[in-house]
Ligand binder design. Structure first.
Ligand code: ZN
Length: 275
């Protein structure tokens, strides 16, 4: 039997690991020591990076498991996200496309061999992360995530503020309060309903589409709050899923973890508010 030759789903794509050094470049601070990833080219092209510092504050909203395939098939759903964050970058996820592996790369700029999470395991990341750089630069950082989620546990033991919430809605509400208070330079918000629903059903079930609509709504509320309350600051807002998903041939339910385009390709959306 001849094995089918599959094209590399990451061919010609930068990876989500580029998020960490890109944020550092925008804030004019050094990248994490562990980072080997290049700055995201769409961001370089869009913004004038010759200025010494262009960004004061950052808001990252990471909805779990929204892949490029879903994004393009349901493009109209994301129009309001693009209104806040119009710069679109198609990026490759990290193999295996499992949440802790991906977030460890997104916030270190490093591959699994360096950050150490190579499978679905959730130890605290030991190598230098975006959060460590931000602490060294005396920035105030908050991670707002669902209790016990990967984002809630793998970046612990840093001198930053951790908000563990019951579910997405509470995380979003807390993020809105933090934005209004204005005490943080960088806030990361994690939501997980779409990932939960796609594993129970399929990636495009009516419930799954509804979950994505909830994520879009949460992002829009958060982005609007940034625009309203972070006046006087230049802010970077980002919509940054970790990986995609596909239908498992045996269970007929949604899953992810394979080296296929549906799992490995994502679209990130970025915007800058002028303050
Ligand atoms: Zn995930």
């Amino acid at each position: 039997m001849i094995e089918e030759l599959k094209e590399d789903p990451c061919k010609d794509l930068q990876s989500i690991a580029s998020l960490a050094p890109t944020i550092c470049r925008l804030m004019n601070i050094p990248p994490p020591l562990s980072s080997g990833a290049a700055i995201i080219s769409q961001v370089i092209n869009e913004f004038n990076l010759t200025q010494s510092k262009i960004i004061d504050k950052v808001l990252i909203y990471s909805p779990d498991a929204i892949g490029r395939e879903f994004y393009y098939k349901h493009s109209a759903l994301f129009q309001s996200v693009r209104d806040h964050a119009p710069i679109e970058a198609t990026l490759c996820s990290i193999f295996p496309p499992k949440t802790p592996v991906c977030f460890a790369s997104m916030f270190t700029g490093a591959p699994p061999e360096i950050h150490g999470i190579k499978e679905y395991r959730r130890p605290v990341v030991q190598c230098d992360t975006l959060f460590d750089v931000l602490v060294r630069e005396r920035k105030n950082v908050a991670i707002v995530a669902v209790t016990g989620s990967s984002m809630d546990v793998i970046f612990r033991h840093r001198d930053i503020d951790y908000y563990s919430k019951r579910y997405d809605e509470q995380a979003t509400e807390r993020a809105l309060e933090l934005i209004e208070q204005g005490l943080h330079d960088v806030i990361v918000v994690y939501n997980q309903e779409y990932d939960d629903v796609l594993h129970r059903t399929t990636p495009e079930s009516p419930e799954a589409i509804n979950a994505v609509m909830n994520h879009v709504d949460s992002f829009n509320r958060i982005a609007s709050a940034v625009e309203e309350h972070w006046k006087g600051f230049k802010s970077f807002i980002a919509f940054t899923p970790d990986h995609g998903a596909h239908i498992d041939k045996i269970s007929r339910k949604g899953t992810h973890g394979d080296n296929v385009p549906e799992d490995m390709q994502v679209v990130h959306l970025y915007g800058i508010t002028d303050g």
